[in-house]
Design a protein around this ligand. Structure first.
Ligand code: 13P
Ligand code: SF4
Length: 322
């Protein structure tokens, strides 16, 4: 009997009930490794082989011996992994997962900015497109920015982009006067200092944990300023029982897992009732999309070979200095 292939029922997605088991099965079958940033949905973090901040994810990607890397994070994280592992298939469950901070620094404009500041070393945050990385001398993340800036002589003329808040923080910590690109993250700039001060009155013993992408008044108020991994580590080591956390709220999942007896309070954004302390880009990745991405081995991250070659140097320089 001749069967019309088009009449065959399409393979159905597994029901949400067995989505997790299907992801684990496909991952093993395809020799894939799942990396997840701390801002991913908790259910994705729980399924990942590795979770970490942006520095840790780049370091892990560089050393991985896997055919497929699934980067559960945003596009620039997938690009960084692809640049480091050109021979591997790098997938991001939703390629629309962008970054407002990376978008605040278009490569053409950044090139003009560099041209307007001759003789300056260019240091860029990892939250940038591959094109911006290709214009950069050395990359940093929030974990290693201070250390890497300090490897340059005090009199070195430096451009720092794109995050004005991280740049301001590093200037204040190192006593430098780096020229800052005027970019920012729409999530980290939304936290309300007034509401955090109110929360402190209600929870006087709470320590305030602040990501350096937040505005400067929060840096001054903070008990600890650091990357997601640094804030997590501080919470684990601290004797305090309560913490007000001013960064994307996804980190609370791992904080609560690592310290079940402690209380983590998400810092409120300035608009009442909005979910502005959630990164809408990070949250585009879902279990369903992760499953589809493993099944179809798509969407895949591609980086132009010429750009990748130029962008690889500042990434590797950062990794060797970290
Ligand atoms: P870290 O993971 O380096 O703390 O950076 C946070 C971030 O903005 C990722 O989008
Ligand atoms: Fe970008 Fe901000 Fe989202 Fe991080 S939290 S991915 S910096 S938009």
């Amino acid at each position: 009997m001749k069967v019309d292939e088009n009449s065959q029922p399409q393979a159905q997605s597994p029901s949400p009930r067995n989505l997790k088991e299907e992801i684990i099965r496909l991952k093993k079958e395809k020799g894939a490794v799942i990396l997840a940033h701390y801002y991913q949905k908790g259910e994705i973090q729980d399924l990942a082989d590795y979770i970490g901040d942006s520095l840790a994810l780049a370091q892990i990607a560089q050393k991985l011996d896997a055919k497929i890397i699934v980067m559960c994070g945003v596009h620039f994280m997938g690009e960084t992994a692809k640049i480091l592992c050109a021979d591997k298939k790098v997938l991001v469950p939703d390629l629309e997962a962008g970054c407002s901070l990376a978008d605040s620094c278009p490569a053409d404009d950044f090139a003009k900015f560099i041209k307007a500041h001759p003789g300056h070393t260019v240091i860029s945050y990892v939250n940038t497109s591959a094109q911006v990385k290709a214009l950069t001398d050395v990359l940093v993340t929030s974990s290693n920015a201070e250390k890497i800036v300090e490897t340059f002589p005090k009199e070195e003329k430096i451009i720092f982009g794109p995050d004005r808040n991280l740049g301001t923080y590093i200037n204040s910590k190192t006593g430098r006067n780096m020229v800052l690109w005027d970019g920012a993250c729409h999530v980290h700039e939304k936290f309300s200092i007034e509401k955090i001060i109110e929360l402190k009155k209600e929870h006087p013993g709470a320590k305030v944990l602040v990501h350096p992408e937040c505005k400067q008044p929060l840096h001054i108020l903070a008990d600890k300023v650091g990357s997601t991994a640094a804030l997590l580590s501080f919470a684990q080591k601290s004797d305090a029982q309560e913490f007000i956390v001013a960064t994307e709220s996804g980190i609370l999942h791992e904080m609560q897992k690592k310290c079940p007896e402690k209380n983590f309070i998400p810092a409120p954004p300035d608009e009442a009732g909005c979910a502005c302390n959630e990164c809408s880009y990070m949250k585009l990745n879902t279990l369903e999309k992760l499953y589809r991405c493993l099944l179809d081995e798509a969407p895949e991250v591609h980086v132009d070979a010429d750009i990748a070659e130029k962008a690889k140097r500042p990434i590797e320089r950062m990794l060797s200095l970290s």
